[in-house]
Design a protein around this ligand. Structure first.
Ligand code: COI
Length: 335
């Protein structure tokens, strides 16, 4: 049995080697190359492919793999919004993802950034760097005095809620599919509008469903938010209308913005722009602001998460190859 693992980074190698040592009957060939129509040929002779990338899994890419007889595809991440599911179905692909690798990684990151924004941490750091050691006007807002709203009460949303409650915040939530335990505890409100009008911190923890929830936070929704609220997007860039957020930061409607995912991130994040200059001026504008924390889709990026992603994706791929039920096949959308 042979698996080709695409886009393997150095930080993933120890987990890969550990898995290989436990599966001596499986040949795993790894490459730093991402899966594209051109690099699909590296999968020649393999029974499955393991991938992680922000590039799209286009019809062309899937066809190139299928031509080689490789239709067992295992993602090392959770998001599936970049897969051409119609093509994948036609080509009889089996696809898995890793829906839960470390909710804490992402929730913890969001919580740290919220606390930093409320503390005006960047402002104070810049002052101190300049040896301006005055207190005023950089006064902190305590998390326990905030009402925190969560859209999406899956694994990550729930850990985020617990952390915020640990700080003493009051937490409210919205989800189309309610968790019975959370419902019994009275967390839910009936609509997103109701949620945004009541909360000081609004954090998104939902997948992106292309054509369904694009720009769910747009200018109209921001207008319904409380003044001086903090918006947090560690989920998917497309959920937020970035231009509307910039306007709201300019007008002072929003107190701050935590952005780990960005609608223009493909081809921009996970690259070094320090020498040539960042071409995306809108992103540069956001990064420069003292009340905005931009991270390049690294909320997930912890040692714990990476190990789980690598090893669970290989488990899935092996199960497909052996004709067994994979632990976490993707939920196929209607195509
Ligand atoms: C996902 O798992 O889908 C993520 O968003 C993290 C990814 C950048 C590896």
């Amino acid at each position: 049995m042979k698996i080709v693992a695409y886009g393997i980074r150095n930080d993933e190698k120890p987990a890969l080697e550990e898995w290989k040592a436990e599966h001596s009957d499986v040949e795993v060939v790894d490459t730093a190359e991402l899966l594209t129509p051109e690099t699909a040929k590296l999968a020649e002779g393999a029974d499955g492919a393991v991938v992680y990338q922000q590039l799209d899994y286009t019809r062309e890419t899937l066809e190139a793999l299928a031509k080689l007889g490789v239709t067992n595809l295992s993602l090392r991440n959770v998001g599936t919004d970049n897969i051409d599911f119609a093509a994948a179905k036609e080509l009889n692909f089996k696809i898995s993802n890793v829906p839960v690798y470390s909710p804490n990684a992402i929730a913890e990151h969001a919580a740290i950034q919220v606390s930093s924004i409320l503390s005006q941490q960047k402002v104070m750091e810049h002052k101190v760097e300049k040896h301006d050691l005055r207190w005023e006007p950089t006064i902190r807002r305590e998390v326990r005095d905030q009402v925190v709203g969560v859209i999406g009460t899956g694994h990550i949303g729930q850990v985020f809620m617990q952390i915020m409650e640990g700080f003493g915040a009051k937490v409210l939530a919205y989800d189309l599919f309610r968790n019975p335990e959370l419902e019994a505890k009275g967390y839910y409100v009936d609509s997103i509008e109701e949620l945004v009008s009541q909360v000081d911190v609004l954090s998104l923890h939902v997948p992106h469903f292309p054509g369904k929830n694009d720009h769910m936070i747009d200018a109209d929704m921001i207008a319904k938010m409380k003044d001086n609220a903090v918006l947090v997007n560690v989920s998917r860039g497309m959920l937020v209308d970035t231009d509307a957020v910039i306007n709201a930061l300019d007008s002072g409607k929003l107190f701050g913005f935590v952005m780990d995912t960005y609608e223009g991130e493909v081809g921009v994040f996970n690259k070094d722009w320090s020498k040539d200059g960042l071409e995306d001026k809108r992103l540069a504008n956001l990064i420069a602001r003292e009340n905005v924390y931009v991270t390049p889709h690294t909320a997930f990026y912890t040692t714990h998460a990476v190990k789980e992603m690598v090893q669970k994706s290989l488990d899935n791929n092996l199960a497909f190859i052996e004709g067994k039920e994979a632990p976490t096949p993707v939920k196929w959308p209607e195509v």
